[in-house]
Design a protein around this ligand. Structure first.
Ligand code: NAP
Length: 310
């Protein structure tokens, strides 16, 4: 079978750091082109926009949309209308309601729409899910705290409406949580801190629960200097379980479990190639729904203005 020819749309940090090497490492996938206004990759055909790619670019079968979430819906709709498969970076868009019509279009065209959650394929997540399946979980605490100036320098879109602010990384924790817990979750309260000069939160606390009343407390903060944390602590009837480093490490009862190193994005591309063989979609909006509910329910506080590093 000929390889899936993929065009990356939006050549920023994640495209460069993860998508290019993952496509190169995936059997049955090949990078055909890049569409990005200002950035190119040596040796790969490049145009500024998806529209131009469709008009004048080399042939391709699929797009990986690595653009900011606010522009992805239009790009996904254009790609599907042109008969291309679509991989969406997380979050799947800027709004929940924009995904339904995309899914309908994808199914009608028999093209794959794949809403990726890279943290769900972090190496310790599946081992954690299996471990927890045999235990009763009694409480969960999430600490997802990073320095926005280190990890998102100059990313104006993250602070604009639809950019999610601190939930841009925070949704990764929720994507893991909704994978490893056996029951559906809902938000019971939220507190959101908005810088006076920004349209997205710089910090948030959330309380969530499942139908049985499992207490879940989550702290997200973009102002963390010093040690960074991407950790989920679970109290269980057989002792604590800790999933740390964004899902890369697992410890239970103080003992570190050895998990096989696995590249998250290679796993996503293997799945994408698999899905496109039949045009099947893979769209789970659960983490996005929780974030949307935090915005719907959250108490908003205004905090000091945020200025990016110059
Ligand atoms: P980024 O560095 O700001 O890159 C986004 C790129 O999109 C920019 O380089 C820009 O290209 C391009 N772009 C903007 N508008 C465009 C348009 N209309 N058409 C085509 N290209 C356009 O952002 P990022 O960190 O890569 O994040 C992108 C997405 O990946 C976000 O949803 C984020 O949540 C997700 N993600 C990021 C990370 C991470 O560690 N950074 C990790 C996982 C997932 P030019 O440079 O050509 O102007």
């Amino acid at each position: 079978m000929s390889p899936l020819r993929i065009a990356i749309v939006g050549f920023g940090k994640i495209a460069r750091d993860q998508h290019v090497p993952a496509i190169a490492a995936t059997e049955g996938a090949v990078l055909a082109a890049v569409a990005s206004p200002n950035t190119s990759l040596a040796g790969v055909p490049q145009v500024a926009t998806l529209e131009e790619l469709l008009r004048n670019g080399p042939p391709f079968d699929a797009v990986a949309l690595c653009t900011p979430p606010q522009v992805r819906r239009d790009q996904a709709a254009i790609a599907l209308a042109a008969g291309k498969h679509v991989l969406l970076e997380k979050p799947p868009g800027a709004m929940l309601s924009e995904i339904g019509p995309l899914l309908t279009a994808a199914v009608a065209a028999r093209r794959t729409l794949f809403a990726t959650w890279h943290s769900r394929v972090a190496p310790a997540v599946e081992p954690a899910r299996l471990l927890l399946a045999g235990r009763r979980i009694t409480a969960v605490r999430i600490s997802w705290k990073e320095d926005v100036r280190v990890w998102h320098p100059g990313q104006a879109w993250i602070w604009q409406p639809g950019g999610l602010g601190v939930f841009d990384p925070g949704i990764n924790a929720l994507s893991i949580l909704t994978r490893i817990l056996p029951q559906p979750l809902f938000v019971t309260s939220a507190d959101l801190a908005f810088p006076a000069n920004r349209d997205a939160p710089i910090a948030a606390t959330l309380r969530l629960a499942d139908a049985a009343g499992l207490p879940i407390f989550a702290e997200f903060d973009f102002r963390q200097t010093g040690p960074q944390s991407w950790d989920i602590h679970l109290d269980t009837d057989q002792g604590p379980v800790i999933l740390s480093s964004g899902g890369a490490k697992l410890s239970a009862g103080g003992v570190q479990h050895v998990v096989a190193a696995a590249a998250e994005y290679a796993g996503l591309y293997r799945r994408f190639v698999e899905l496109t063989a039949t045009g099947e979609p893979d769209v789970d909006l659960t983490p996005f729904q929780l974030v949307a509910d935090a915005f719907l329910l959250g108490h908003r506080r205004t905090v000091e203005p945020f200025e990016d590093a110059t």
